[in-house]
Design a protein around this ligand. Structure first.
Ligand code: ATP
Length: 363
């Protein structure tokens, strides 16, 4: 039984596109985990995205930000930010703003191949990209006030990339801590041959942290070479630490190599808050058709339970997270239980039911 008597409050934000469908499947799985492991979860739904814009005039109501601060964790569906109006007309990026407001500095993005579904590089993959999540090239959120992107004249556009000692050090620490629980290898990815000052500072910070972890094998790779090395043999990597935009791009690549973007779970974590969010976007091209793969959001929710289990020293949460991951593996291993992105024909809801059914027989 769980050691904490109060219910864990999980804020549930469906988001846009395939969000409602994959969230429904995810909640089904979380409810099955709740029953199987005696968890006490309280789901608090709220609207963000285009539905919130229609109903409340903004894609991210202030009240939702307050709910996220008060919750024990957040499960966030994908958001179609490129369809949002300018900020003055209510367009706010729920994903970016929650990362900034809750100081979710570490975006943990695993890429793992699954039994029965061959990875595209020919060898089994099990790596985690630890992506800095609050600064770098993300001009819509990397400044205290205002934007890191501007146009001094109609024909000149500039972006400012922000790298700080604090941001680089804390993401490096997150990567090395994670590597200690894994295969004890960290690869730092950078472009310091060109961005000598900013990636130079990033590398200086990572090297300082590496010096405190003599048991960990540490190496560095330039980002363009890393893109090629992942295709050649992604099995060579364990924990990869990098800045915001390199991490975003490389993690999509790594998860596609591991099988499909539809399998790519991720957690945005800080020292006080965490938001589960799939790596992929809102896939408007397949929205409403019941064909999206919910595995990435289900896996992200499992990562949130694992994060909560670790913080609260709650074994049942930790076990539930591992069981959800194992149930995903079991389902994906069966060709007839796969969704169309993996070559199968199972619907989003049926896949969720399958994973929930496997969980309900967990030992
Ligand atoms: P957004 O604008 O929200 O980023 P997008 O379509 O540009 O959306 P993704 O949502 O990441 O970007 O989708 C890229 C491709 O991968 C699309 O063809 C989409 O249908 C597919 N895809 C993404 N997520 C899934 C999923 N969960 N299941 C199946 N296919 C997916």
């Amino acid at each position: 039984m769980t050691t904490n008597t109060s219910r864990l409050r999980l804020l549930v934000l469906e988001g846009d596109g395939i969000g409602p469908e994959i969230m429904a499947a995810t909640l089904r799985v979380l409810q099955a985990a709740e029953r199987a492991f005696g968890l006490k979860l309280a789901f608090e739904p709220a609207q963000v995205g285009l539905a919130a814009l229609r109903a409340q005039g903004t894609t991210l109501p202030d009240q939702v930000v307050e709910m996220a601060k008060a919750a024990d964790g957040v499960v966030l569906g994908p958001v179609t930010t490129h369809e949002y109006p300018p900020r003055a007309q209510g367009g706010r990026n729920p994903s970016g703003e929650l990362r900034k407001t809750l100081d979710l500095y570490a975006n943990i993005r695993p890429a793992r191949s699954r039994a029965g579904f061959p990875p595209r590089c020919g060898k089994p993959i099990d790596l985690v990209i630890v992506r800095e999540n609050t600064e770098g090239f993300y001009a819509d959120r990397n400044m205290h006030l205002g934007l890191g992107e501007f146009m001094p004249t109609p024909d000149l556009a500039l972006s400012v990339r922000k790298i700080t000692r604090e941001g680089s050090t804390r993401i490096a620490e997150a990567a090395f801590r994670l590597a200690m629980q894994r295969r004890k290898k960290v690869t730092a990815v950078h472009k310091s041959n060109v961005l000598r000052v900013t990636d130079g500072l990033f590398l200086e910070c990572v090297r300082a942290v590496a010096a405190r972890y003599p048991d960990i094998t540490y190496e560095e790779r330039i980002v363009d070479a890393m893109a090629a090395l992942l295709v050649r043999d992604a099995s060579a990597f364990d924990v990869v630490v990098t800045t915001n935009m390199y991490g975003d791009i490389l993690s999509d690549e790594a998860s596609e190599i591991s099988g499909s973007l539809g399998l790519a779970a991720s957690l945005n974590a800080g020292s006080a808050h965490a938001v589960a969010q799939a790596q992929h976007g809102s896939a408007p091209d397949i929205a409403g058709k019941n064909i999206a793969n919910p595995a990435a959001l289900i896996g992200s929710a499992a990562m949130l339970l694992a994060w909560l289990g670790d913080r609260r020293k709650d074994n049942e949460l930790t076990r539930a997270a591992a069981a959800i991951e194992a149930a995903l593996d079991t389902a994906i291993a069966q060709p007839e239980w796969r969704t169309p992105d993996l070559g199968g024909s199972l619907g989003t809801d049926a896949f969720g039911e399958k994973v929930a059914a496997i969980l309900s027989t967990s030992p």
